[in-house]
Write a protein that binds this ligand. Structure first.
Ligand SMILES: [Zn+2]
Length: 108
């Protein structure tokens, strides 16, 4: 198994399957949308776990990870639950890269 990959789950949803540790790793299935702070708190209240990218796959976030690196500062994913998509207001807005403008453009 790859350390992580984007696949389609049995319910039809796109998910990320990843190893959760560098030793005795267990595959975890995650929704592929990065959470904001509110989203991580809501996911944990629902009984889901949250994960953060690591060199071996996705590491489970514990209280000290959440305190030191809030979801707004790192990529945080939550466990997938079939037919229970995460609400849009849990998802962190992406920073869109814009093409730099140049002053040397020739306008016609
Ligand atoms: Zn599913």
């Amino acid at each position: 198994m790859k350390k992580q990959e984007l696949t389609k789950h049995k319910c039809g949803a796109h998910v990320i399957t990843a190893l959760d540790s560098h030793r005795c790793a267990i595959p975890v299935t995650l929704d592929p949308y990065p959470l904001n702070n509110q989203g991580e708190a809501a996911a944990l209240q629902q009984g889901r776990s949250t994960y953060q990218p690591r060199h071996y796959g996705q590491g489970k976030r514990r209280a000290h990870h959440i305190k030191q690196n809030p979801a707004e500062t790192v990529t945080v994913l939550t466990t997938h639950q079939c037919n229970e998509p995460i609400p849009h207001d849990w998802i962190k807005p992406q920073a869109w890269k814009t093409k730099p403008t140049t002053t040397n453009e020739v306008l016609f």
